[in-house]
Design a protein around this ligand. Structure first.
Ligand code: FES
Ligand SMILES: [Fe+2]
Ligand SMILES: [Fe+2]
Length: 353
């Protein structure tokens, strides 16, 4: 288990709402404190612009950063909007399920740490996250609806295996921000960035849903709409906090840079993973489904046309007879070549298995 996964399991005990595993506390928090302090040092060293000293300067700097990011949309955004196949879109959703299915749970922890004046606008955002009391409109339900349409599981447990560290980190950082950051100003800065960037960054997902003719696009289309309001609420929270107790602007700005960095890292890595993954075919056996690469790692023989052991234990390439174990992918015989990378595929009906 990677350190980020361990931290995620500590932050998100399952089932949702269960107490944290005390055995994970010391290693998770030790890892988190090194990870965060290194990344904050990096961000401090790398930021080339003028460090904002007042809230007005923070707002200006935030807009400038947003404009410069929007002026040069990444190739990854174009991939999601225009290229990703249905299968690739499923893989992207699998990575983000760590976030989408736990939507805003990390936000609860910030509320008691805030002064009364800044609690109200943050609470307003939280209320929207939870569908304004309508369970059908809770953001995590909207995410689950999209997963279900794509015949994917809707339980968080199904998505913990085989995720990239960046996907875990993207969620873990909000737990640090709300629970353990030395001031709440880091969180308020991060919130201001996140809410401001989503109306533009989620456009590529809205386009993908349209292109792939998905009916349950609301998770993305709703955020594009509502986060324009949330961006204003987040700035209001900063303003109220500044007036009530005084903001540490440096912390708020570092929070914004931190959210931007980890959001970008996750998105770029997820799209890289998905767009470069070898095409696979599915092998089903004993109630399980495995994604097996189409091409043999020896000389590209079509494994889907190969011989599958009657009990689903091995697959043999039709070209020169390389044989691989299922599910380990280990080469058991035939010409010298790398092992196969086989992964388990979970379908909705196997949920919780
Ligand atoms: S291509 Fe598969 S064994 Fe040679
Ligand atoms: Fe949301
Ligand atoms: Fe939002």
């Amino acid at each position: 288990m990677s350190q980020q996964e361990l931290l995620y399991r500590y932050n998100h005990p399952l089932p949702i709402g269960a107490p944290s595993d005390r055995a994970l506390e010391a290693p998770a928090q030790a890892y988190e404190s090194t990870w965060i302090s290194e990344i904050l040092q990096q961000l401090e060293a790398e930021f080339r612009g003028e460090w904002p000293r007042t809230l007005a300067e923070f707002n200006t700097a935030l807009k400038a950063l947003l404009n410069s990011d929007q002026a040069s949309p990444s190739e990854s955004s174009r991939f999601v909007a225009e290229v990703a196949t249905r299968e690739q879109f499923r893989s992207i959703l699998s990575e983000y399920a760590l976030d989408g299915l736990t939507e805003a749970q990390a936000m609860f922890a910030i509320l008691p740490r805030l002064d009364l004046a800044s609690q109200a606008p943050v609470m307003r955002i939280l209320i929207d996250e939870f569908g304004c009391g309508n369970p059908a409109r809770v953001h995590s339900t909207l995410y689950a609806n999209l997963l279900a349409e794509l015949e994917m599981p809707t339980a968080l447990e199904a998505y913990l295996a085989d995720r990239c560290a960046e996907s875990f980190a993207f969620v873990n950082v909000y737990h640090w921000l709300t629970k353990r950051a030395p001031t709440v100003d880091y969180y308020l800065g991060a919130l201001a960035w996140t809410e401001a960037v989503i109306p533009s960054s989620f456009q590529s997902y809205v386009q993908a849903c349209e292109r792939l003719q998905l009916q349950h696009h609301q998770y993305f289309s709703e955020h594009v709409h509502i986060d324009a309001y949330h961006a204003r609420d987040a700035l209001l929270a900063l303003q109220k906090r500044d007036k009530a107790v005084g903001l540490n602007i440096r912390h708020a700005w570092l929070g914004a840079l931190l959210a931007r960095r980890l959001g970008d890292d996750a998105f770029l890595e997820i799209v890289r993973r998905v767009s470069t993954a070898a095409p696979c075919f599915e092998v089903r056996h004993g109630g399980k489904t495995w994604a097996v690469p189409l091409e043999c790692p020896h000389r590209g023989g079509h494994l889907s046309k190969g011989h599958l052991h009657p009990q689903g234990k091995t697959i043999t390439c039709p070209l020169h007879g390389a044989t691989f174990a299922i599910p380990s992918g280990q080469r058991l015989g035939g010409p010298e070549c790398p092992d196969l990378r086989i992964r388990e595929v979970k379908h909705a009906r196997e949920e919780g298995a």
